[in-house]
Design a protein around this ligand. Structure first.
Ligand SMILES: *Cc1c(COP(=O)(O)O)cnc(C)c1O
Length: 458
């Protein structure tokens, strides 16, 4: 029950803060969890309660909540040069070093990097780049952006238009020229009797049809997350990227990999496109890029787009776009350290080592008669609740089943995320085996409690 005393943290939070992506009736009933610090994968609230955060904050705190090396890198850079921009031909040395590092670890042998403060802004920036390029190359009609239903690309007006979620209608979005294709989720979208290969072929045929209907010359780009994250952890159907990339290539439409979640290890490789064996024309990175220790996003352009955009910019003398804090030296210093920690201090290795145990735990929980599917890749996974398993029938949405499960987990000291009818787990890369076992024990207890309650009509 929330502490409603006027000087309590809960009451102060509720009277002063405007909540984003928060179920407000839940806040009324349960209060706000106000956190003060963290230890490894745990966060601790104002009452001293500990929660294992199986969502790494928002997918991003992959090195945990008290990494000394990351804090030291931030402190050292604050002492040396605490802030600068990347306009007018100036930028910090850290910015240069990070761009070189990002290209080195990218699938490209050369390219160019542009910085933002978030993943949304990085997607927004790349759309503007593609629109700028189209006009510079005398194809001003090339403005349409293709994404998929359930995709999450952010919340600015442009990146929300790319996001394929129904709540954007509440804002009168998407803007014109944003087209959402079918979500490549075989379990949910596959037709009776359709094999996974046939499903993938149908997704590719749909893309061909949309391109023919709209006109290839009107399409500026296709954006896709390798594994959809906030859509509910949805890996693509088998062979999906191999089926769609040649179609996009044939029509001169760039393929952009939104690696805001997948990038830097989540799927068991540095990039999700590596896991799914394709090379996109550009990469969007954020979240784990700084291990969540600084707000930062990056657009990593492969060689061809980098050359074309550079030429287009030279023709009008500049690319008139940038954020005050683009390429912030402290953010860049932290990102350099985070990349080093992930790639060279064993975090990516730990993702690979833990993945079989993670899949085993999830598979076991999916044996529950009210769990329809476990899906995931690397250290990201979702369990989808169903009222009836054989027919894959969801629970009525007014039962808020996934919220009940997540709230019950919170009561037991585990943070996990309800997404649609699914529960999402994406633990920090520093997790130990006993901590993973603790995560599954707590989740299993919550599932048992909630499903029993539903059966009893609670
Ligand atoms: C989180 C996310 C974004 C948006 O990033 P913000 O930093 O929240 O703006 C974009 N794309 C994907 C795939 C994401 O998961």
């Amino acid at each position: 029950m929330p502490d409603t005393a006027p000087n309590s943290w809960e009451a102060r939070a509720e009277s002063s803060s405007f909540y984003g992506f928060t179920d407000l009736p839940s806040i009324k009933a349960r209060g706000t969890v106000v956190l003060t610090h963290g230890e490894g994968p745990y966060v601790i609230d104002t009452e001293g309660r500990r929660y294992l955060d199986s969502n790494s904050g928002l997918w991003n705190m992959v090195a945990g909540f008290d990494h000394a090396g990351l804090a030291a890198a931030a402190k050292a850079q604050y002492d040396r040069f605490p802030g600068y921009h990347a306009f007018f031909g100036r930028m910090s040395d850290q910015t240069v070093m990070l761009s070189e590092k990002l290209i080195e670890v990218s699938p490209y042998d050369r390219g160019r990097v542009f910085y933002t403060n978030s993943g949304s802004e990085a997607n927004d920036t790349l759309v503007k780049m593609l629109w700028f390029l189209a006009r510079a190359e005398d194809q001003p009609q090339r403005r349409k952006i293709l994404t998929r239903k359930n995709a999450y690309h952010g919340v600015t007006a442009v990146s929300a238009s790319m996001t394929g979620k129904p709540y954007n209608e509440l804002f009168g979005l998407p803007l014109p020229d944003f087209i959402h294709l079918t979500c490549p989720h075989y379990w949910r979208e596959g037709q009776p009797g359709e094999t996974e290969a046939q499903f993938t072929a149908r997704m590719a045929a749909e893309l061909e049809e949309v391109i023919a209907r709209e006109g290839a010359e009107t399409i500026a780009g296709f954006f896709a997350e390798p594994v959809m994250g906030a859509g509910g952890v949805i890996p693509p159907s088998a062979g999906y990227f191999q089926a769609i990339q040649p179609i996009l290539k044939k029509h001169g439409i760039p393929l952009i990999s939104d690696e805001v979640i997948c990038g830097f290890g989540r799927t068991g490789a540095v990039w999700g496109c590596e896991t799914y064996d394709f090379v996109p024309d550009a990469i969007i990175s954020s979240k784990a890029l700084t291990a969540g220790y600084f707000p930062m996003g990056a657009v990593i352009l492969g060689p061809e787009l980098a050359d074309r955009l550079h030429a287009a910019s030279e023709a009008v003398e500049e690319f008139p776009h940038g954020f005050t804090a683009s390429g912030h030296p402290v953010g860049c210093a932290i990102a350099l350290k985070a990349i080093d920690v992930i790639l060279n201090e064993g975090l990516l290795d730990n993702v690979r080592r833990l993945t079989p145990r993670f899949e085993e735990g999830m598979t076991r929980l999916a044996e529950n008669p009210n769990i329809g599917e476990f899906r995931g890749k690397g250290l990201m996974g979702a369990l989808e609740a169903v009222a009836d398993k054989p027919t894959r029938t969801p629970f009525p949405s007014n039962l808020s089943v996934s919220e009940r499960i997540a709230n019950t987990c919170t009561d037991h000291g585990l943070i996990c995320r309800p997404l649609g009818q699914s529960i999402v787990l994406c633990p920090p890369f520093i997790l130990t085996e006993p901590q993973m076992d603790e995560m599954f024990e707590k989740l299993e207890a919550a599932l048992t409690e909630v499903f029993a309650g539903l059966k009893a009509g609670a």
